[in-house]
Design a protein around this ligand. Sequence first.
Ligand SMILES: NC(=O)C1=CN([C@@H]2O[C@H](COP(=O)(O)OP(=O)(O)OC[C@H]3O[C@@H](n4cnc5c(N)ncnc54)[C@H](O)[C@@H]3O)[C@@H](O)[C@H]2O)[C@@H](O)CC1
Ligand SMILES: [K+]
Length: 543
Amino acid sequence: MDTRSPRLPGTSPLLPAALLRRLEAAHAAQPLMARAGEAAARWAEQLRSDSARPVLVLAGPGNNGGDAFVCATRLREADIDVVVVSRADPARLSADAHAARQAFLDGGGAIAADIPVATPWGLIVDGLFGIGLARDLAAPYAAWTATAQAQARRDHCPILALDVPSGLDADTGRAWAGALQATHTLTFLADKPGLHTADGPDLAGAVRIAELGVAATAWAAAASGSPNRAASTADDAHLLPPGRLLAPADFAPWLKPRPKNSHKGRNGEAGILGGAPGMTGAALLAGRAALVLGAGRTFVGCLDPQAPAVDIVHPELMLRRGEALLATPLSALAVGPGLGQDDAARRDLATALGLAVPLVLDADALNLVAREPQLAAQVAARNPGRAPTLLTPHPAEAARLLACDTAAIQADRIAAARTLAARFNAHVALKGCGTVLAHPPGSDGNDPANPDGLPTAWAINPSGNPGMSTAGMGDVLSGIVVALLAQGWPPGPALEAAVHLHGAAADALVAAGTGPVGLTAGETIPAARSLLNRWVGATLPLG
Ligand SMILES: NC(=O)C1=CN([C@@H]2O[C@H](COP(=O)(O)OP(=O)(O)OC[C@H]3O[C@@H](n4cnc5c(N)ncnc54)[C@H](O)[C@@H]3O)[C@@H](O)[C@H]2O)[C@@H](O)CC1
Ligand SMILES: [K+]
């Protein structure tokens, strides 16, 4: 087996603000602000919708405003008309931002105290706030973002955000009141988690990274403590470690072509347990996904005594009653699709938790675990080596598991996923816009626990679209995960690959005109199969 660890942040690290500040401090001798403003100006030139119109540059009271002043200066040097709006008090600016402002004025630039109402813009540059913002926008900034948003609509011009859209929390993707919705974001030094989950994707638009001459790998020294980093503090224990923006490269070592001498016994037995009265469709969808994504044999156990004996669409599926399924030798099992929460569901779940197989818990399996401490203890006590557990909650299920409300989950999705992974000793996919994945310490690789006991291994999946917010999508995801587990994938990569693949399949369908409106869960199954086979083919040299 390929021994490369997929857990370490690699080509697409996501750095939290505290680490970015360390990185900045370690490279303080370099002209980072000048490089940031220069990179912004170059993209701004390309983005202008109308070269005859001026560019509106909004400059805030911190270093994000400094970047904006450099950008405005460079645009003026390129003979582009700019209008800079800022109320930053020069006496309170950092040395770099002060110098950037002064250089703009020295070059003949002028600063307005408010946004002109009548000027049509070719582009709006948002340099109000970057990673330094942690509250709702105060006056006058909330009014400015509202005006800028309205004027961009009026003028059909893009909005380029510097580092992050103002008002977006760079760590969590939470939008503070007054946040600006950009069409493009040029983010500095490294990519940031907040741009890819929760409100981030809606507010950031197309994201590009400007590394500012700092090597992509320099984050590692900042994370582990380089000689240049600021002194450690007690808060260090709670620092969010760097994560990854998920890509096929993260699970490429497991995208192996099948040997010619293959037989169904090699590809495992996948089981689905669910399908209570009125919900057999959920179990069938999961079963079909497991079948089509390559499980050697797929068994579907339904709790509904009236459930059909055969799936006419896929007679390959082996349908049986729930308890009969649990007595069948399985390579991997998913419990939850259409499970319900009655006594039979509870009893079968408790039995399933005792099986020494990789186990996916979704939907009502998660709700039962949230309801009953005894089941929760059973989950946490499972052997992560022989019997790994994978949880695929949506935010409301995560809230039940953590006994909080959905808003609290959404306010910090990464913290929620990591907490669930630690509490249940499980691999977690917290679904939603920018699904967050977290893996228990020590699983699949060498990831240590963070000093605060939470996992260090986490990632955000960028694939997927709003067409996926429809019934049955979760059942299909469970089926894809259990299919990969049955085929021998380790749990972490199986969960990551399934989440990424499912989202990418939905993206391919939308690109071809099937959705987002009206996209169905069943349609994503063959689309995911096509993509998986393409990925396996593309990685042949790795095999
Ligand atoms: N320090 C460095 O070496 C670099 C910093 N860079 C830029 O600097 C940014 C971070 O700069 P800062 O730490 O100064 O932070 P920001 O520029 O994001 O904002 C901080 C300032 O805004 C005020 N503020 C925060 N929230 C507010 C609110 N809701 N309403 C009103 N005022 C609010 C703060 O009091 C402070 O004055 C990065 O995002 C990036 O754009 C880049 O130039 C790259 C290099
Ligand atoms: K900004």
